[in-house]
Design a protein around this ligand. Structure first.
Ligand code: 4NP
Length: 158
């Protein structure tokens, strides 16, 4: 059975593509690409069809992650039925997702940093800040994606 993971931020050009690329790399390294599928989306619609922000791409590339093939899309109600894990980067986006969700799929929606043991903590939006913000996103997302993958693996074996 395939497990499907959706990373969600506001624009789908900074944080969630970073999480998408990092999670995919971790899954490939563990030989689980046939078992765990990752995608990303934004709650906003401004950047639909666009590649990740150049600052996001450059920061990720320095750590060996190529995000150039990714294109932004907007999250849909159908995604919330389709994806087993819907991972929000911050509380506002989690709230937006909860507002779209039915009772049956609310439990699928969590914050990324929860999986690293940081309850209610957020991956800060780097869009309007300096280069350091993009490095901070990478640090947080690398740690939390590793923890999330361990959790998904445990859940898969039941
Ligand atoms: P993201 O960052 O949600 O991490 O992709 C943002 C990208 C664009 C905007 C806001 C946040 N924006 O307002 O256009």
């Amino acid at each position: 059975m395939t497990t499907k993971v959706l990373m969600v931020c506001l624009g789908n050009i900074c944080r969630s593509p970073t999480a998408h690329g990092i999670m995919e790399t971790l899954i490939e390294k563990e030989g689980l690409s046939a078992d765990i599928i990752v995608d990303s989306a934004g709650t906003g619609d401004w950047h639909i069809g666009k590649a990740p922000d150049p600052r996001t791409q450059q920061a990720a590339k320095r750590r060996g992650y190529d995000l150039s093939h990714l294109r932004a899309r907007q999250v849909t109600v159908a995604d919330l039925d389709d994806y087993d894990w819907v991972i929000a980067m911050d509380r506002q986006n989690r709230q937006n997702l909860l507002n779209m969700a039915s009772d049956a799929n609310r439990d699928r929606i969590t914050l990324l940093l929860e999986h690293a043991g940081q309850i209610d903590a957020e991956v800060p939006d780097p869009y309007y800040g300096g280069e350091q913000g993009f490095e901070q996103v990478l640090d947080m997302v690398e740690t939390a994606c590793a923890a999330l993958l361990e959790r998904i693996k445990l859940q898969r074996v039941g």
